[in-house]
Design a protein around this ligand. Structure first.
Ligand code: ADP
Ligand code: GLC
Length: 485
């Protein structure tokens, strides 16, 4: 089979710049697609950290005007990734995160910053860089949503287009007055174009105008067809459901491998689970918890936001403590939630340990050292922390939604009797149901052989990118064949 060339268009990419799982996926999928005969280059904005990361780069194109200033398109490599980087200091050379400044407020010109991403992606799609003319342009989330739109309205011979929804809650809506500045034809502002409730919708545009739509789990693909989870886009998705696919995320096994992880004190595998205990002690010490091997230690690694349902956990701390359990939490985000957990930790230091902020090493230690990992999300397109938990033998305790429901096998009574199951699921996403799940986890903990069995099942789960990469490769090839007619 001839190799397939794909341009991945994305606003964050691990290890250069990351706010969440999107970066992990963007950073790992290209490598996983190589063995499938798919050659990927990723187009990313030239934030300071990206430019510092690529080092020596070649200028492959110059733009006189790209939304308010001159810009260059760079080609280079970083961390094994083949990158195109948009070097446009007036758009991307800022302190803070990719989307917001240090004050936490979104940049006022995000419409232009991500329209630029779309314009350049479309340019590359149409042959701007003769050395790499993609067969498929694959856009991720709203930030890349205009890429398929620019290609659609280009009128030229264009590559196939795919958009992946990582989170339908973020849609990128901007005032219609920007239409002339975006350089899209006026007729694009229509229900079958980029118009969305009187505004310009970047995600909506991508969903409307791409050849294929994917999302990051089959469960979420089904959920977003319903008004409860579609967040206003369920109508459009129902019309386009024949091109909507759910493909699970994988885990970057080079980054997340308990047997060789340099970020944990004691590497271990399923055959040497005893070694895991040293990581539990290290985690307890790190977060000021009583170093008690017998206490059931729950871990959390999460953004602190409504999506993640951690307010339900805050309401359940009494139940958790009544069981004699401990909590090790790493989180960043919502200051109200942060303060709720910090004050609980101040009140009960040996039992609740909380660290606020972003800390990769601690994230790994929590996976390696906690007994169970809590993910009580209200919705979860896929979720990656439950995948690393499986791999590290921390039993995932998850809400039965989206990708969480698809990746964790509930240890119900029958599963337990049969010796199958990899974690605990609960539903609905309420305080009583979460507390029920905490209690079920406690019961399993009091049966050490059953617990070890579950750990081994969890660690044997295939959470690699191999299966998902094969599905993406097939999707690209089907699309190319369809367009070749
Ligand atoms: P989302 O993208 O919705 O935040 P995912 O589970 O898909 O959720 O991905 C989250 C990623 O971010 C995982 O790689 C997780 O380990 C990491 N992560 C989340 N919070 C933190 C944190 N406070 N410090 C370090 N890593 C974190
Ligand atoms: C989003 C979702 C998360 C998913 C990640 C990567 O951030 O919230 O569930 O795992 O994207 O696809």
């Amino acid at each position: 089979m001839p190799p397939v060339k794909v341009l991945s268009v994305v606003s964050e990419i691990y290890p250069l710049i990351k706010t969440g799982g999107l970066a992990d996926v963007a950073g790992a999928l290209p490598g996983a697609l190589g063995p499938e005969g798919v050659e990927v280059r990723s187009l990313v904005p030239g934030y300071p950290r990206v430019k510092a990361g690529i080092g020596k780069a070649e200028v492959v194109h110059r733009f006189d005007h790209l939304f308010g200033g001159p810009a260059r398109l760079l080609a280079g490599k970083a961390a094994g990734l083949d990158l195109f980087v948009i070097d446009a200091p007036h758009l991307y050379d800022r302190s803070g995160g990719p989307y917001a400044g240090e004050d936490g407020k979104d940049f006022a010109d995000n419409a232009q910053r991500y329209a630029a991403l779309g314009v350049v992606a479309s340019g590359i799609g149409l042959g701007l860089v003769p050395a790499f003319v993609p067969d498929v342009v694959h856009a991720h989330d709203w930030q890349a949503g205009l890429a398929p739109a620019y290609l659609h309205y280009s009128g030229g011979r264009r590559p196939g287009t795919v958009i992946t929804i990582h989170n339908i809650a973020f849609q990128g809506q901007f005032p219609r007055q920007l239409m002339p500045a975006l350089g899209l034809p006026a007729h694009a502002f229509a229900i079958d174009g980029v118009e969305y409730y009187g505004m310009i919708g970047y995600l909506k545009a991508g969903l409307q105008l791409s050849d294929r739509i994917t999302t990051v789990s089959p469960g979420y693909a089904a959920e977003i067809l319903l008004p409860e989870a579609g967040m206003g886009l369920d109508g459009l998705l129902n019309v386009r459901r024949s091109v909507l696919h759910g493909i699970l995320n994988g885990l970057d096994e080079a980054v997340w491998n308990p047997a060789s992880d340099p970020l944990i004190p004691r590497p271990f595998d399923a055959r040497a689970l005893k070694a895991r205990a040293a990581n539990k002690t290290a985690l307890q010490v790190r977060l000021g918890l009583d170093p008690d091997p017998a206490a059931l230690l729950f871990g959390v690694v999460s953004r602190l936001s409504w999506q993640k349902g951690l307010d339900l956990l805050a309401e359940s701390l009494g139940a958790l403590l009544d069981m004699g359990a401990q909590l090790a939490m790493l989180g960043s985000g919502d200051p109200y939630l942060a303060e709720r957990f910090s004050s609980a930790a101040r009140a009960l230091p040996g039992r609740i340990g909380v660290e606020l902020g972003y800390d990769e090493a601690l994230a790994h230690l929590i996976q390696a050292g906690s007994d169970a990992l809590l993910v009580p999300s209200r919705f979860e397109p896929c979720g990656l922390t439950q995948l690393s938990a499986l791999r590290y033998g921390a039993l995932p305790v998850v809400a039965r939604v989206g990708g969480l429901a698809d990746t964790v096998v509930d240890i119900n009574e029958m599963a337990r009797a049969a010796g199958v199951g990899t974690g605990i699921q609960f539903s609905p996403v309420t305080v009583p149901a979460l507390q029920g799940a905490l209690r079920r986890t406690g019961e399993l903990w009091r049966d050490p052989p059953a617990w070890r069995r579950a750990q081994r099942n969890a660690m044997a789960t295939d959470v690699s990118w191999r299966g998902p990469a094969a599905q993406y490769a097939r999707l690209y090839r089907d699309l190319i064949a369809e367009r070749a007619g």
